[in-house]
Design a protein around this ligand. Sequence first.
Ligand code: ADP
Ligand code: ZN
Length: 293
Amino acid sequence: MILGALEAGGTKMVCATGDETGRIFERISIPTWSPQDTIPELTAFFKERNVDALGIGCFGPIELDRSSARYGYITSTPKLAWRDFDMVGSFANALGCPIGFDTDVNASVLGEVTFGQAKGADCVIYLTVGTGVGGGIYIEGNLLHGMLHPETGHVLIRKRADDAYRGKCPYHKNCLEGLASGPAIEERWGDRAVNLADRPEVWDMEADYIAQALTVYILTLSPQMIILGGGVMHQTQLFPLIRDKVTQLLGGYIRTRQLEDMEHYIVPASLCDDQGIMGCLELAARAYAGSPK
Ligand code: ADP
Ligand code: ZN
């Protein structure tokens, strides 16, 4: 069986083929232009390789409610060319195979629970801190959708008194994405995040904001593991800072064996930045298994 995987991002589209064990055979990346320019290239790639099913992990917001006439659409994205675009319908028509569809971050958490360090766990959060901030949630063995899908990057947090930055999010003054995304770091400190590695005050503030959000997720969802990915998390000095701050913020109120072993509780992604594309393979495998034969 050949499975197709598409990580659909705001700046690039990563297409791969692979199998249900998570093995990747081939991969290409193309820039995200408009649907008219980009979709034919993507469908041609998968058509030529005759995939049996395709899994798409997509930037959002997207419609995941199967009872909606707009199931499979990208909905209110600020990327105007992609607003109200029928992703699932476009690929289903072109390829005629089962299509699995979810958020990019749900695909990443699925990759980690299927092929990575979270195998066997049934409540796991994956948070990416990159151009945007977003989270995928695997809960009691399922990817969480609910009313829409989680938008964990926009939880409101308490801004520090020493932070004069106004925030990057057009919707909220003090949400996690607005204060802690890569572009927010760059605008606040006036340099690329990667060039700020030796400025401890940058990462102390960053860890503070991420830790506030993680504390809310811990208290709300009771995850067994929290996985942090995305470009900003390549600053690995963030991990011990975040773990200490989460411990402080929880204030000793809850005690579990996971919280006593923070190094294995709040962890970097384990699949060398392939968690998303491997999760898309699993989305494809699940779509194939669930389709009428
Ligand atoms: P995207 O979110 O666009 O899919 P990334 O997860 O790579 O892609 O996130 C890109 C953001 O992460 C940019 O704002 C960039 O400045 C930041 N970033 C990338 N690499 C690093 C690094 N090594 N250290 C700090 N920030 C980084
Ligand atoms: Zn926001």
